[in-house]
Design a binder for this molecule. Sequence first.
Ligand SMILES: *Cc1c(COP(=O)(O)O)cnc(C)c1O
Length: 429
Amino acid sequence: MSEHKHSLEAALERDQRDPLAPLRDRFHVPPSTLYMDGNSLGLLSIGAEESLARVLDSWKQLGVRGWLEADPPWFWYAERLGELVAGLVGAAPDEVVATGTTTMNIHLLVSSFYRPTAGRKKILADALNFPTDIYALRSQLALHGADPERDLILVESRDGRTLDEADIEAQMGDDVALVFLPSVLYRSGQLLDLERLCRAARERSIPLGLDCSHSVGAVSHQLDAWDVDFAVWCGYKYLNGGPGAPAFLYVNRRHFGLGPALAGWFGYAKERQFDLRLDFEPQPDAGGWQVSSPGILGAAPLLGSLEIFAEVGIEVLERKSRELTGYLIELVDARLTKAPYEFAVGTPRDPRRRSGHIALERNEEAYRIGLALRARGVVPDFRPPNLIRLAPVPLYTGFADVWRVVQHLVEIIDGEEHLQYDAKRQAIT
Ligand SMILES: *Cc1c(COP(=O)(O)O)cnc(C)c1O
C-alpha cells in the first residue's frame, strides 16, 4: 500500500484526475525541464506573451494615441492590473495598483506610514526578512532622523527558520511607530499568521505593513478583512509577470486621505492630471501613490498572466499548491531523510503555515547538489549556506514532476554525482 502510494504510477494517476493539469499547456515550460523556481521567476504564459504582443502592436498602430485608445488604454493600465490582482488579495479594486518595484514601493509607503514622534519612533521588523526590505527600513529611519540601528527592532527566530507570532506581538510596545513584516519567510517558506498579527497591531494602534512577495499568487489573502494598513508585493514571482515586472502596492481605503509622501504626476487625480497644474492633488485611492508614467511594455505580460488567476480562482490554486507541497514533503520524508541522503524539510508541516515553496535543508553540499540537479534538467534554487528551495507551482507542475525531482535527488546522492562539481559559488544561483 505505502509502496504504491509513493510510486510514479500513483503520481501519474493523480495528474490524470487533476482538473488543473491542462493549464500547463498554457505555459512555455522550457523543454526537458522540471521547473521548480516559480517562486523566484514565474514562467511565461501564452496569455502573457499575447498581451505583450498586443501592446507592441498598439504602439505600432496607434503611437501616442495608445494612451487612450489601446485596449486596455495605457493611461489606465496600472489601475486595470490593480483591479485584476485585488481579487487575489481580498482588496477592493481601487486599493491596489501596479507600480514601481517592491523595494521602491516599500519606500513609497513607509514614507507615508512611518510618522515618528519623540516617544514613538521605532520600526518593528524581523531578522529573517529578505535583506532589501531591511535596507529600505534602515534608510527610511535615517531619512526621518531616527537611528537606523537602535530604532529598528528585529525580532529574532528561535530555531533559525521560523518566527513565533507571540515573539513579534511581545515587541509591539509603546515606542513602536510602524510594524513591517513579510507574509512568508523567503528561506523556510513559513507563512505567518497574518490575521493574528494585524489584530495585535490594531489593538495597539500601530500601523502595520506587509511584504507579500512570497505569497501573492500562491495562497489567498484577506487584506481588507484583516485590516492591513498597507502592503507591497512582487509581480514576477508567482504572478508570472516576467523579469523585473512592476510590483504592486495596496493601501487600505481608511488611509486614502493620507496621500503620498513622495509625489509625482501619475499620482495626480486621474480626471485632472492633464490640466497640468502646479499644485498637487493626489488621486484619492491607491493610485495616488504612483509617481511616474507606467512602463507599459514591462507591465504588459501581467495582464495576460493575471487573467488565468481570475479564471481559475486563487482558492483552487492554493488547494493544489498545498497538495503538491504536501506530497513533496511526504516523499522527502519517505525517501530522502536517512543516510546517505540526509535531507530535512525546513518548512512548517501544517499546510496553513506555508506558501508555495519547500525548503530542503542539507549540509554545505546543498550547493553542489543544486548544480547536479540543474545538470539533470531540474531548476531549483539555492540559498546559502545549506538550502535548496523547490516550488511546485500548481499552474504548470504536476505530481509526477514532484516525484521525478525526488527521484533525481535519490539518484544524485546514490551516484555521488554532486562531487564532480566545483564547490565555489557563482554570482546568481
Ligand atoms: C522578491 C522580493 C523583493 C524584490 O524586490 P525588488 O525591489 O522588486 O527587486 C523584495 N522583497 C521581498 C521580500 C521579496 O521576496
